[in-house]
Design a protein around this ligand. Structure first.
Ligand code: CA
Ligand code: CA
Ligand code: CA
Length: 165
């Protein structure tokens, strides 16, 4: 078991990379300003020391390091609300299509038609978020025509035939 601690310093990248996976997703780039803005002192611009300092801690066994590791911000950096990936409640197709696991389906990842994409992307930002996928799934289930004359009572359980003697 090896632990690698790396001081990755004060970097805008880490501020923007909200889920600390070392990649900037489309959404992270788009919302970058939201996260950088609070660091700026009342319109006085941004200084490097305003950026949270971060350490990257990588745990590994032998030579295999987990890719990415995780990042702690021990020096009172602003808390960036981490996005919880609620995989449990997200439709399976969503997790399957989100190949880079950034929590959004981009048009590139989308396997359906353009029309469907637009239909599911309700806020029209060009990405299907987990919430939109859930909403679509819920709507689809609701709209599904119910089988008419669904038996309200459970089907009677057949009594086992008495054993023949
Ligand atoms: Ca990221
Ligand atoms: Ca994605
Ligand atoms: Ca969207």
């Amino acid at each position: 078991m090896t632990i690698q601690v790396e001081d990755i310093g004060r970097s805008l990248f880490n501020v923007i990379d909200r889920n600390n996976d070392g990649q900037l997703s489309i959404r992270e780039m788009r919302t970058a300003w939201e996260r950088v803005k609070p660091l700026c002192k009342d319109g006085a611009g941004l200084e490097q020391k305003d950026l949270p300092r971060a350490l990257r801690v990588t745990l590994g066994q032998g030579n295999t390091f987990y890719r990415g590791g995780f990042v702690v911000q021990p020096f009172g950096g602003p808390m960036t609300p981490g996005r919880r990936m609620g995989f449990g409640s997200v439709p399976v197709w969503f997790t399957k299509m989100d190949r880079n696991f950034d929590g959004d389906i981009s048009p590139k990842e989308w396997l359906g038609t353009e029309e469907e994409f637009r239909m599911i992307d309700t806020d029209g930002d060009g990405l299907i978020s987990a919430a939109e996928a859930r909403a679509y799934e819920a709507k689809r289930k609701k709209d599904e025509p119910k089988k008419p004359d669904e038996p309200k009572q459970p089907a009677p359980v057949k009594k086992p035939a008495p054993p023949k003697k």
